[in-house]
Design a protein around this ligand. Sequence first.
Ligand code: SAM
Length: 216
Amino acid sequence: MIDTYKHKGQRRLLVQALEAKGITDEKILDAFMEVPRHLFIDGAFQHEAYEDRALPIHEGQTISQPFTVAYQTQLLALKPKTKILEIGTGSGYQAAILCAMGMRVFSVERSRPLHQKAKALLADLGYAPYLHCGDGSLGWPRYQPFQRILVTAASPGVPEPLKLQLETGGRLVIPVGGRQRQKMTVVTRLSKNEFETYRYDNFSFVPLLGKHGFEA
Ligand code: SAM
């Protein structure tokens, strides 16, 4: 696993591009500077690793655009050591960013090959999130409640189990809409039965497949 000065220089340019697009949180920018995105991308696309775009990974899935990763992370409004559940581990890049920021990370991936690949890579890089292979639209009941939940796949609605696995005051960031286009949505749990919802910009994610997602 090689991380050169050239890669670091490319990361610096990427961070500048993210700043120019409105990402202001220093901790997020520092994490983008630290995590070697090229190692989460396979050979053919590795030279594009530090361009601000989504790229294909295995199993027909994608590693999200860096701006999207930063945007969702900023909406999470994280505090030190926040306990966070990510749905859609994919390549493991977003989980690595959260680990680099010092968060307590739990992440669920539906695809076993992706889960295994991310598990090996994250361990090699020295990050230690809790990883699980299964239907993340059900959350991860064993480790609830979570202070934050982040969904990195498009959902037709806000899955009830995810809302219920938030602690009071907790926040869920999820792209909600059709298969082509979604609105970034933030749900805050105000009390046992009260939730507040805000909608932000449009995005285009691969679908969340599962019981509370789209049909596989
Ligand atoms: N966060 C990832 C990263 O940093 O590389 C990118 C996520 S990719 C845009 C969406 C991921 O969600 C895919 O890996 C897909 O297999 C996964 N996914 C789809 N439905 C899921 C479900 N019900 N539970 C868990 N993961 C799911």
